[in-house]
Write a protein that binds this ligand. Structure first.
Ligand code: ADP
Ligand code: MG
Ligand code: MG
Length: 881
């Protein structure tokens, strides 16, 4: 039997996401729950893949299968495509496995032509509705299928409204809409050179292909990269009988959440429009009414809807995001999904659902997107600064669409937001309303302010997804987008002016307001974090170079330092001098003299680190970078250095020149520095051991075991050479102090050779830590600093789907890690292995690290909470014995 590509809603269920996409699977599930869903069928994601394999064609077999299901649908609902008595009209809707709201295309009212529109006008006695459907269909079909720009059609509508002296679409009459439909068709013909298709089957296949094609459109591609959705998944297509919300004042359409997606508060939240269709609510065509008001307009349908909400929430055991339509007072459900939410809402909902006994603790943890916790770590307004601003600087209020605090300067276009954002400027993007073309700019903005649109507008939904503060629908703003200024509260705001937004209250301020960091240890956040610790097996450490970073990370729940980069301790103006003297020494004596100046500074820093971590392990890595990064470039600095060292300026220049390398990333760095200058390792060992002894004296209860980490090892003899120096120095130091102190000497694994010979390396190294930045660089053979220039082209050509420096390449780099862990533990069964590259804070990489048996991940302080949750999720999915 050949493969099945098309499923009637009755044939599917909620578990078939991979095949039917999220929308299709949930439409099937709702159908089986007995909810009022307009019937239809789903063309599977495999058909999409096949479409691309067949060179962007729908092959004969799949075409035939689609037609069979059209037949079935026609019989089921008693209507027929193109019929003169009872014509069938459908929507053709995209729907991938993961929801990608608004990223791909949907077409409504398909099946209409000049004849059919007259039939439905006459039969319904409602010509206004009939022509409204037709003009909408031509508009959507042209835009989506033929890529004729939306704006031409919108201009025609605006002209018509002007001519008729009305402001809203609903005020246009049947004749106006009929006139518009013919203008639209003329526009289509002018742009395409062909008549608008009249055959419903031709329209149907045109629309299905358009949905398949939209899987590859630029906004879908950007969204996928941002959300780690693989290109290979494809999208399904749903063909569904229409329910009409635009039939008059007994009809309408709406969207609603079972809980507030911004705050998590329990209770229906949503918006509703009378006499409207499809995207009208979210597109901000008219300002919708709050869902509660629907109770007054449609009491019966509202009561039924409330029941449906309960049924769905209990069934999915999660907050639902639903779309529905009322046709002549009758309710139809068009979509449900687990609602997207802010991180603040996610943690509240998870805790509430546990308390309501709807889900277990583990399920609650699995429900939260670990990456999104980042939002909770963003600063909030300083309470006092905000109070002052509340008195003096509120210039307006919009809808609190996405929480957070944003302070920055005004820009009016997405392009400007990108440009300024790339320069590191903090900007607030102010728009009439946003559209998918603005997404790139929204990413760079601190906050988004729109004149139109509500809680469910594009700006609101996307901003919440990104964790960016958004205030939407501030209708008081008089916007002059083209001229780049707006007026509000009698003031004029131009590009570059300061503005602050409070995404939790909707307040808009005409000034900058001070912000403060967040607190992850109390409230819902604290509860979720302690649950994460309860269920995780991996340790979570932090990468910290200074005592203040270390303190921050400890507050975020770090259980140690996985990487301290000692070279970062020398960038300070008052230290770099001594460091330069060390580099530009001509003799061992000179170098040792310089090192003697540095040693106490290092020791003090290390003491600070041990103190900050209160007895948790601290890994300190020896000096790693190419030396020439530290030499002076300014003539004045060079002169000062010459004077300090009693050398000629010429001699300093010679030394600097001699340090030049052709390929510093693969040059004289890491443990190679110790092989050439063992005295550096001696100094660093002394500083570490003395610091540990001092802190241990102060805190006798703490178990202080310094971990000394050798960077860039590639060969066991090299490791032994360095380790011997460390052990000799450390033991002498400990003996001289007359104390007992354990310490470990291990290595970074960041050179492929080290991974492959890890069994040998482990005869010397007492622990491993994967430096996946270098390991990725060395494995791919391109450098982190240069890859930006060409990786864009690689994404474009779909050679790579994500940045291997941000998301671990599990296949290549990951398999080296797996090999190294296995080989290392063959030699030294209980050795601890960690990761300290950027990947340590990326949830999918954390899961991988859990699965290959690492002992801990180490990441930057602000990603510690993310890693804790990701580690718990990994262990819930795949429990460690
Ligand atoms: P998206 O994934 O962007 O939300 P949808 O496929 O859900 O796109 O459709 C866009 C809009 O059209 C939504 O408001 C939806 O409720 C509406 N819609 C889709 N199919 C139908 C239908 N059969 N009857 C009435 N409205 C529909
Ligand atoms: Mg939808
Ligand atoms: Mg490295």
């Amino acid at each position: 039997m050949s493969k099945k590509y098309v499923y009637m809603f009755k044939e599917g269920n909620g578990k078939m996401r991979e095949l039917l996409g999220g929308k299709g699977a949930n439409l099937a599930e709702m159908t089986n729950l007995g909810l009022p869903v307009p019937q239809g069928f789903t063309i599977s994601t495999e058909a999409c893949t096949q479409y691309y394999e067949d060179g962007k064609q729908i092959n004969k077999d799949i075409q035939a299968e689609i037609m069979e299901n059209i037949d079935k649908l026609e019989k089921l609902v008693g209507k027929k495509f193109g019929d003169k008595q009872n014509p069938l009209l459908v929507s053709v809707r995209s729907g991938a496995r993961a929801s990608m709201p608004g990223m791909m295309d949907t077409i409504l009212n398909l099946g209409l032509n000049e004849e059919v529109v007259e039939v439905i006008a006459a039969k319904s006695g409602n010509p206004r509705w009939a022509w409204d459907c037709y003009r909408r269909f031509i508009q959507m079909y042209s835009d989506v299928v033929m890529e004729v720009g939306k704006k031409y059609f919108e201009q025609l509508i605006d002209k018509m409204k002007e001519k008729k002296k009305v402001t809203q679409d609903v005020e246009l009459t049947a004749d106006d809409l009929k006139e518009l439909a013919s203008q639209f068709k003329a526009e289509y013909k002018a742009k395409i050179g062909k008549d608008f298709p009249t055959d419903p089957k031709e329209q149907l296949f045109g629309a299905i292909k358009a949905v398949f094609r939209s899987w590859d459109n630029p906004r879908a591609n950007i969204y996928r990269m941002d959300h780690d959705i693989p290109y290979s998944w494809g999208t399904a297509v749903n063909v569904q009988m229409m329910a009409f919300g635009n039939m008059g004042n007994d009809s309408g359409t709406g969207v609603a959440f079972t809980r507030n997606p911004a705050t998590g508060e329990k209770g229906l939240m949503g918006e509703f429009l009378v006499n409207a269709q499809g995207e009208d609510v979210v597109a901000g065509v008219r300002t919708p009414m709050p869902i509660a008001q629907m109770k007054e307009v449609f009491p019966e349908a509202f009561a039924q809807f409330e029941n449906v909400c309960k049924t769905l929430e209990n069934h999915y055991r999660d907050m639902q995001d639903m779309e529905f339509t009322i046709e002549n007072k009758k309710l139809y459900m068009l979509q449900t999904r687990n609602g997207k939410r802010t991180a603040a809402a996610a943690i509240k909902i998870a805790c509430d659902l546990i308390d309501e006994k709807m889900i277990s603790e583990q399920e609650a943890l699995m429900q939260i997107d670990a990456k999104s916790l980042d939002m909770l770590l963003h600063p909030t307004f300083d309470t006092k600064a905000l109070k002052d601003a509340d008195k003096n600087n509120v210039v307006g209020k919009g809808i609190a669409a996405s929480p957070g605090a944003a302070t920055g300067t005004i820009v009016f276009t997405a392009e400007d937001a990108v440009e300024e954002g790339k320069k590191g400027k903090k900007v607030i993007l102010v728009r009439l309303e946003t559209s998918p073309e603005d997404i790139e700019g929204m990413k760079y903005a601190q906050g988004i302010l729109t004149v139109r649109g509500g809680q469910t507008s594009h700006a609101a939904v996307v901003a919440r997804g990104m964790g960016t503060c958004c205030v939407s629908g501030c209708g008081d703003i008089k916007m002059h987008e083209e001229e780049k200024y707006f007026e509000l509260a009698g003031k004029t705001f131009r590009e570059g002016d300061a503005l602050s937004l409070d995404g939790s209250t909707g307040n808009i301020y005409d000034c900058a307001i001070k912000t403060v960091p967040a607190d992850p240890n109390s409230g819902y956040f604290g509860r979720i974090m302690s649950l994460a610790d309860k269920y995780k097996a991996l340790g979570v450490r932090t990468n910290a170079d200074t005592p203040s970073d270390a303190k921050q990370a400890a507050a975020f729940g770090a259980q140690g330092i996985g990487l301290c980069r000692t070279e970062h301790m020398f960038f300070d103006a008052d230290r770099i001098g001594a460091f330069r003297e060390m580099i530009c020494s001509d003799t061992v004596e000179e170098r040792e003299a310089a090192l003697a100046k540095i040693e106490p500074m290092q020791q003090a820093d290390f003491e600070g680190l041990f103190e900050a971590l209160g007895g948790y392990p601290v890994t300190i890595r020896f000096l790693d970078p190419p030396l020439h990064e530290f030499v002076p470039t300014e003539e004045a600095d060079i002169k000062a250095l010459a004077k300090a060292q009693n050398k000629s300026v010429k001699r300093i220049h010679e030394i600097i020149d001699s340090l030049h390398e052709f390929n510093p990333m693969m040059g004289h760095r890491g443990c190679r520095l110790t092989v050439t200058y063992p005295e550096i390792a001696v100094m660093q060992t002394k500083a570490i051991i003395k610091a540990a002894i001092n802190v241990k004296k102060k805190h006798s209860a703490w178990n202080i075991v310094p971990e000394i980490m050798i960077p860039l090892t590639g060969e066991v003899k090299e490791m032994k050479f360095v380790k011997d120096i460390v052990v000799k120095t450390a033991d002498a130091e400990i003996k001289a102090a007359g104390v007992k102190l354990k310490y470990e000497v291990g290595t970074m694994i960041e050179i492929p050779r080290a991974a492959i010979t890890a069994d040998e390396i482990a005869t010397e190294a007492e622990f491993f830590c994967f430096g996946t930045n270098d390991l990725t660089q060395m494995t791919f053979g391109f450098s982190r600093d240069d890859a930006g220039k060409f990786l864009g082209a690689y994404y474009g050509a779909k050679i790579y789907e994500s940045d291997p420096f941000a998301r671990l390449d599990q296949k290549g780099v990951g398999s080296l890690m797996k090999t190294a862990v296995e080989l290392g533990r063959k030699t030294r069964p209980n050795m601890h292995c960690g990761i300290c590259g950027e990947h340590g804070g990326d949830p999918s990489s954390v899961e991988f690290c859990h699965n290959i048996g690492l002992s801990y991940v180490s990441c930057s302080p602000y990603r510690v909470p993310i890693a804790r949750l990701a580690a718990a999720q990994a262990n819930i999915k795949n429990p460690r014995k």
